[in-house]
Design a binder for this molecule. Structure first.
Ligand code: AMP
Length: 187
């Protein structure tokens, strides 16, 4: 059974690789970004709170995200494993996840960090914005902000797992298939 975290900067291809991994492993793909966009679409209280942060490229406050994950990991489909995409985004979230997993008597099996250089990320996000991905936060200005937030708040999450000896670094350059192969080789 796999309990996987997928880390990496915005535009690293986490979503694509997450879909492939989840299909192979038969586990639910839990994307906090997708859950939040769903909440915004349904105009829930969470969605209304989250929207103002997301539109600016800022992180949604930890307490909202931790509650959301607590609820999601308690659902039946997570009993045989799960993949987290876009969470944890701060060291506080990583610590809260540790506490939550301990209470579930569960352990992470893989923490995969997809590494892509900044200049490549900026190009990828720009072309995604130009193609009109349909995501409100995919414009150049917000993308640059998200990258800054990543380096300031999320990159430390990789160090957190590295210091626990859990981090598996994967080269994110190349084709989707090449990156998938590298991930499969550490599973
Ligand atoms: P994503 O689809 O993962 O790139 O997330 C899109 C946006 O949702 C981010 O820029 C944040 O504003 C918000 N978000 C998603 N996941 C988290 C999280 N774990 N913590 C805080 N904010 C998040």
């Amino acid at each position: 059974m796999k309990r996987i975290i997928l880390l990496g900067p915005p535009g690293a291809g986490k979503g694509t690789q997450a879909d492939i991994l989840c299909q192979n492993q038969q586990i639910p793909h839990i994307s906090t970004g997708d859950i939040l966009r769903g909440a915004i679409a349904h105009e829930t209280a969470l969605g209304k709170k989250a929207k103002t942060f997301m539109d600016k490229g800022h992180l949604v406050p930890d307490d909202l995200i931790i509650d959301l994950i607590h609820e999601r990991l308690g659902e039946d489909d997570c009993e045989n494993g799960f993949l987290l995409d876009g969470f944890p985004r701060t060291v506080e979230q990583a610590e809260a996840l540790d506490t939550l997993l301990e209470s579930m008597d569960a352990k992470l099996t893989n923490v995969i960090d997809i590494e892509v250089p900044d200049n490549v990320i900026i190009e990828r996000i720009k072309s995604r914005a130009e193609e009109g991905s349909g995501r409100a936060d995919d414009n150049e200005e917000v993308a640059a902000k998200r990258l800054k937030v990543y380096w300031e708040q999320t990159a430390p999450v990789s160090h957190y797992y590295e210091s626990k000896g859990l981090l598996q670094k994967i080269d994110g350059l190349g084709t989707v298939e090449e990156v998938t192969q590298r991930i499969n080789s550490v599973m």
